[in-house]
Design a protein around this ligand. Structure first.
Ligand code: GRF
Length: 203
């Protein structure tokens, strides 16, 4: 008997290249147990929304602008997650911190991609290009990407997968970011595939 499809909701805030990597993997049949059902953006202008629309995936926006009150924004987010019958949440370049209520409701079913080798260069203030600026400023010879489960801390949940990339002489934050981003796409697809398979066994 076919296993239940795992409904994935992807939370985004920006360009959506990690989302695109998941969409491409799903369409190529590399994520057979998963269905990307919903994209929720924290921003009306996130290009990730365009990516979803091009692939016929339902999108919605739950932004700080529309919901200045944090609690009301998280209530709306939880409502949208439930409306999408979400089994697994993937944070893909999502720039908001999830409320404890949502983290509790989806414990063990929220994954995040971070552009460093956690526990280095993560936590408050370490996001996007700032991560790579700090790595280069520290003279690191290697960096990488991490996929982890989301708990109530910031970038502190159990690690699912990590992959290293070299920091090359003459690297700028931008050139390092581009190299790490390729690795993010690779390990996000692999991690989601692993978590989906585990969830199917448990459901
Ligand atoms: C990526 O480096 C991701 O790790 C970080 O945001 C950047 C942009 O991601 N959280 P995307 O292109 O929007 O997926």
């Amino acid at each position: 008997m076919d296993n239940k499809k795992i409904n994935i909701t992807v939370l985004v805030s920006g360009g959506g290249t990690n989302l695109q990597a998941l969409i491409d993997a799903a369409e190529a049949g590399r994520l057979p147990g998963a269905s990307i059902n919903r994209i929720i953006s924290s921003s009306h202008t996130a290009y990730a929304l365009e990516r979803g629309k091009k692939h016929g995936i339902a999108t919605c926006v739950v932004s700080g602008k529309d919901f200045p009150d944090e609690e009301k924004r998280n209530e709306k987010l939880l409502e949208e997650l439930r409306r999408a019958d979400t089994d697994l949440i993937v944070l893909a370049g999502y720039m908001k911190v999830l409320s404890p209520v949502i983290i509790k409701a989806y414990e063990g079913r929220i994954v995040n991609i971070h552009p460093s080798l956690i526990p280095k260069y993560c936590g408050r203030g370490f996001y996007g290009i700032r991560v790579h600026e700090a790595v280069i400023a520290a003279g690191e010879k290697e960096s990488g990407a991490t996929v982890h489960f989301v708990d109530e801390g910031v970038d502190t949940g159990e690690i699912i997968m990590q992959k290293k990339v070299p920091v090359l002489p003459g690297d700028t934050p931008e050139s390092l970011a581009a190299r790490v981003l390729e690795t993010e796409h690779e390990i996000l697809e692999a991690s989601v595939g692993r978590v989906v398979a585990d969830l199917q066994k448990r459901m």
